[in-house]
Ligand binder design. Structure first.
Ligand SMILES: [Fe+2]
Length: 192
């Protein structure tokens, strides 16, 4: 299938603390991942399986980068989907799940920011099929470190490209900005 580039232009210039330049640059990178995903899938259709090789081979390289482009495309979808200029609130169900899983809302937010500070990749809040609780998991690049049996309910882009234009190296300020713009309604819905 041809993976679509979703239109998130409604966010440009609307988010508190995220400039037009920052969001436009980020949306451009997102579009690049979708294009690369489509390119990889197209090339894989004709790559010679007989030449697969651990060290190097066209097919093997395409397979090695397939998950990078795939997650690069779809993690960004999660991320832009869970941002909004509107004021939203957490549902009682979401707050109950966060308190049950982390002890308090503050403890969840503290853990989210601590995880985000420690990775140059992604942090995702998930609902685990294993214990039914919410967890924050840290990822590197787009594809390394994500545990299986998880449903993503929030995606937080921690790559420097997500904040360098507006915040330089002040990642802490970006994390507060992200939290001001989280669409809690989306998180409420994803949890259901
Ligand atoms: Fe990003």
């Amino acid at each position: 299938m041809e993976h679509p580039i979703k239109d998130f232009s409604h966010l440009i210039g609307k988010l508190d603390g995220m400039s037009v330049n920052q969001i436009e640059a980020h949306l451009g990178l997102y579009a690049g991942y979708v294009k690369k995903l489509n390119e990889i899938e197209t090339k894989l259709q004709n790559a010679d399986r007989a030449l697969t090789n651990y060290s190097y081979g066209e097919y093997s390289e395409l397979k090695r980068r397939e998950a990078v482009a795939f997650n690069g495309a779809y993690l960004h979808q999660y991320y832009f989907e869970n941002l909004t200029a509107e004021t939203t609130t957490r549902s009682a169900e979401l707050e109950g799940a966060l308190v049950d899983s982390f002890g308090s809302i503050d403890a969840y937010l503290t853990d989210l920011k601590a995880s985000a500070t420690a990775t140059p990749g992604w942090v995702v809040t998930t609902k685990s099929e294993v214990d039914g609780k919410l967890h924050n998991y840290m990822m590197f690049e787009h594809h390394i470190g994500f545990p299986v049996r998880q449903k993503i309910v929030l995606a937080l882009d921690c790559w420097e490209h997500a904040f360098m234009i507006d915040y330089g190296t002040k990642k802490t300020d970006y994390l507060e900005t992200f939290l001001r713009n989280v669409d809690w309604n989306v998180m409420n819905e994803r949890l259901k």
